[in-house]
Design a protein around this ligand. Structure first.
Ligand code: 5GP
Ligand code: MG
Ligand code: MG
Length: 183
């Protein structure tokens, strides 16, 4: 899929497919280096992190384990509720595991902040975070995020796993939507 397939839906492309690919290779090599003596458990946060997880995991040189969690914080709209609910929990016991949470985007940071304390409370040896995108201006909590792909402006974005009302997750780049899409 490319921008031509989307007619007038896209307002502006913020991060291209090539930029994502290149940056994930860089992050993967940082992760390979940092974890050279430890086994990682990648924890992907459904559904948004599916694309990041697939591409980041394949860019790593070391075999890893992967597990998934689904939490809800946004409905079909564009505002954070701040309320986090587990929709699907991990299958893996985190005791003594080195966990790397893989996220699509950190907006207010409320979801991640909740997730960090939840996973830490299960006895993980370490919990770090890798996110493709971060909105620095939207952050409401102090978060220590080890691996960040791109900082983006405080606007609602879609693509590369990110949806609007469950659509556009398969768009291979990150973009803002034209106003008419929201009506
Ligand atoms: P936070 O709790 O950091 O405010 O947001 C957490 C979740 O909300 C993200 O993992 C993502 O699923 C969703 N989200 C936040 N900002 C955006 C955005 O700009 N676009 C889309 N599609 N989802 C977002
Ligand atoms: Mg997410
Ligand atoms: Mg969503």
């Amino acid at each position: 899929m490319d921008q031509n397939d989307l007619g007038t839906d896209i307002e502006k492309v913020l991060v291209t497919e090539a930029q994502i690919k290149h940056r994930l290779m860089e992050l993967a090599s940082d992760i390979d280096r940092d974890y050279h003596d430890r086994e990682i458990l990648l924890v992907g946060v459904l559904k948004g992190a599916v694309m990041v997880m697939a591409d980041l995991a394949r860019a790593l040189h070391n075999p890893v384990r992967m597990d998934w969690m689904a939490v809800s914080s946004y409905g079909s709209g564009t505002k954070s509720s701040g309320v986090v609910r587990i929709l699907k929990d991990l299958d893996t016991d985190l005791k003594d595991q080195h966990v790397l949470i893989v996220e699509d985007i950190i907006d207010s940071g409320l979801t991640l902040s909740w997730l960090l304390s939840n996973l830490r409370s299960r006895g993980a040896a370490s919990v770090e975070v890798c996110t493709l995108l971060r909105k620095p201006e939207a952050l409401k909590v102090d978060l220590d995020v080890r691996y960040v792909g791109f900082d983006v402006p405080n606007e609602f974005v879609i693509g590369y796993g990110l949806d609007y009302a469950e659509k556009y997750r398969n768009v291979p780049f990150v973009a803002t939507l034209a106003p008419h899409v929201y009506r």
